[in-house]
Design a protein around this ligand. Structure first.
Ligand code: ZN
Length: 239
C-alpha cells in the first residue's frame, strides 16, 4: 500500500488538481490531514472530491470554524471573513461531511494522521522545542501532521529532535517521525508550489513532492468571490 498524504488543501482546486496529476500512479490511497476548506475559493469542489476520493481524513481548525464547531473570535480578520464566506458557500451535504470529520490523531495501519499536534488539533508544531514537548505522546513510528503549512517535520531520537528537510528518507528503527507533507493549497515556506508527501510502509520510505499550479486562476477566483485580496497575493509568494 502506498499513501498520498495531503494537508491544508484550503479550497484550492487548481493546486489539488496539479498534485493529483503529479502524484498519479504513485499511490493507492489518499489521506487528508485537515483543513479541506477556508481561505480558498472552491470549498465545494474540494469537499466533493474528498468525499469521493479520500480513504480517511480528519478535521482541521478551518473545517471546524466553517461549519460552526468553533468560535470565530480567535481568527484574524482575513481568516474570519473567509470562514464566513465558506460557511455560506458550502452545500448542506459538504457541511455535514466536514461536521462529521473526526478529530486527530487517527490511526491508519501502523501510523497516524493528525492536524496540529498529538496533544491538541489546534496547536502548531513549528520548532524543535515544540516537537520535543509532545514527543512522549507520539506512540507510532510515523505521524503525519499539518496546520503549519511547512513541508518537512521532525525526527525524534533519544538524543534530541532534528528538523526534517523535505527530501526522501527511509525510516530508521531507533527514531520516530513527525512528518508534515506541506500545504496543498496555501504553502507558507516561501515556495508557492503545491506540496504533498507519499508514504510507502513496505519500503519504510517517505517522499515529498512539490508541483507548480495555475496560481493566477485561483487568484482570479478569490478576487471574484469577494474574498480578501491578501489571500490571493500570499499564494504567489508562498507565505
Ligand atoms: Zn491550514
Amino acid at each position: 500500500m502506498r499513501y498520498l498524504i495531503l494537508s491544508d488543501i484550503h479550497g484550492n482546486w487548481e493546486a489539488l488538481s496539479a498534485v493529483l496529476a503529479d502524484a498519479h500512479g504513485k499511490y493507492d490511497q489518499i489521506l487528508n490531514c485537515g483543513d479541506l476548506v477556508g481561505y480558498g475559493p472552491d470549498p465545494n469542489a474540494v469537499v466533493d472530491w474528498a468525499r469521493a476520493n479520500t480513504a480517511a481524513g480528519i478535521r482541521g481548525n478551518h473545517d471546524k470554524s466553517c461549519v460552526g464547531l468553533e468560535d470565530l473570535e480567535w481568527f484574524n480578520p482575513v481568516a474570519k471573513t473567509s470562514a464566513i464566506w465558506t460557511s455560506k458557500t458550502l452545500t448542506e451535504l459538504n457541511r455535514e461531511y466536514l461536521r462529521h470529520l473526526p478529530a486527530g490523531p487517527m490511526p491508519v495501519s501502523d501510523f497516524q494522521i493528525l492536524h496540529g499536534s498529538p496533544a491538541n488539533e489546534d496547536e502548531y508544531l513549528v520548532t524543535q522545542q515544540e516537537a520535543g514537548y509532545v514527543a512522549s505522546l507520539v506512540h507510532t513510528q510515523v505521524s503525519f501532521f499539518g496546520h503549519t503549512h511547512l513541508q518537512g517535520g521532525f525526527l525524534l531520537h533519544r538524543n534530541g529532535v532534528k528538523l526534517l528537510t523535505p527530501y526522501a528518507f527511509q525510516l530508521e528503527a531507533d527514531s520516530r517521525y513527525l512528518v508534515n507533507p506541506g500545504s496543498v493549497g496555501q504553502p507558507r515556506d516561501h515556495d508557492p508550489d503545491a506540496a504533498y508527501a507519499i508514504y510507502t510502509p513496505d519500503q519504510r520510505l517517505v517522499e515529498f513532492g512539490r508541483v507548480p499550479y495555475d496560481i493566477e486562476t485561483t487568484q482570479r477566483k478569490i478576487v471574484n468571490a469577494g474574498l480578501p485580496d491578501k489571500l490571493a497575493h500570499r499564494l504567489m509568494v508562498g507565505k
